[in-house]
Design a protein around this ligand. Structure first.
Ligand code: ATP
Length: 229
């Protein structure tokens, strides 16, 4: 089976008023269905930039990007936006939930954009299935201010999963949580890989990284595979 994502020699170069700065330097990366990858690196090493390139928010200046076997390196923004909503789910350190909406309504928001309106009954079934996948279907009617941080992050993961993405990109999803709660959030992300999703997790937490299939180190924009000890 071909990789979901294949980056070859990807570089990102910032050209401001000063000297150009290389943020990503010849990155090669494969993301496969049902597999998980941790990206580990110091602050400023380029982790978020790499996720932005993977999630089609940002473009490589050099190298090629293949998604599902198709070269999409030079795709116009409109087509990139379509692929973004059909292929990717995003989870961030902050949950970005709307406080006045219930958990179910927050998840449902992800079905409004990109896919047009689904009949209400289908929408509800998809939302409840996503909440169930992260173990909080019983909290569907609760609003974020009455939920714990871990529960709120799981609502955000359900929102990322509700359109059945092929790839989950998670940028420090446990950064605002205590260790135990963080572990349950990682459980929810790994459960998605069990259903065939590819997962790329940016994390500072060694224990969380160790639970992924592979760990890659990013140092000054250079990505290398960590050889298991
Ligand atoms: N739009 C931009 N303009 C100027 N500098 C930028 C821009 N985007 C990123 N950078 C710089 O590129 C480098 C990599 O940034 P990036 O956010 O990818 O790092 P990171 O590894 O995710 O850091 P952190 O762990 O602190 O989030 C940093 O030095 C950052 O200041």
């Amino acid at each position: 089976m071909s990789p979901l994502i294949e980056l070859t020699g990807v570089s990102k170069i910032l050209k401001g008023q000063q000297e150009p700065r290389t943020i990503l330097d010849g990155v090669d990366l494969e993301v496969n269905a049902g597999r998980s990858i941790a990206i580990v690196g110091r602050s400023g090493s380029g982790k978020s930039t790499l996720l932005s390139v993977l999630g089609l928010f940002d473009r490589a200046d050099e190298g090629t990007y293949r998604l599902d076997g198709q070269d999409i390196t030079r795709l116009p923004e409109r087509r990139a936006a379509k692929l973004r909503s059909s292929h990717f789910g995003f989870v961030f350190q902050r949950f970005f939930l709307l406080k006045h909406l219930t958990a179910a309504q927050n998840v449902s928001m992800a079905l409004v954009n990109g896919q047009g309106w689904l009949p209400r009954r289908n929408r509800r079934a998809q939302v409840m299935a996503a909440l169930d996948q992260v173990g909080i279907a019983h909290l569907a009617r609760n609003k974020p201010p009455r939920m714990s941080g871990g529960e709120q992050q799981r609502v955000a993961i359900a929102r990322a999963l509700v359109r059945n993405p092929k790839i989950l990109l998670a940028d420090e999803p446990t950064g605002a949580l205590d260790t135990e709660t963080g572990t349950s959030v990682i459980d929810s992300l790994l459960a998605a890989t069990g259903r065939g999703c590819g997962l790329v997790l940016v994390t500072h937490d060694r224990d969380h990284a160790a639970r992924m299939d592979r760990t890659l180190d990013l140092v000054d924009g250079v990505l290398t595979e960590r050889v298991p000890a």
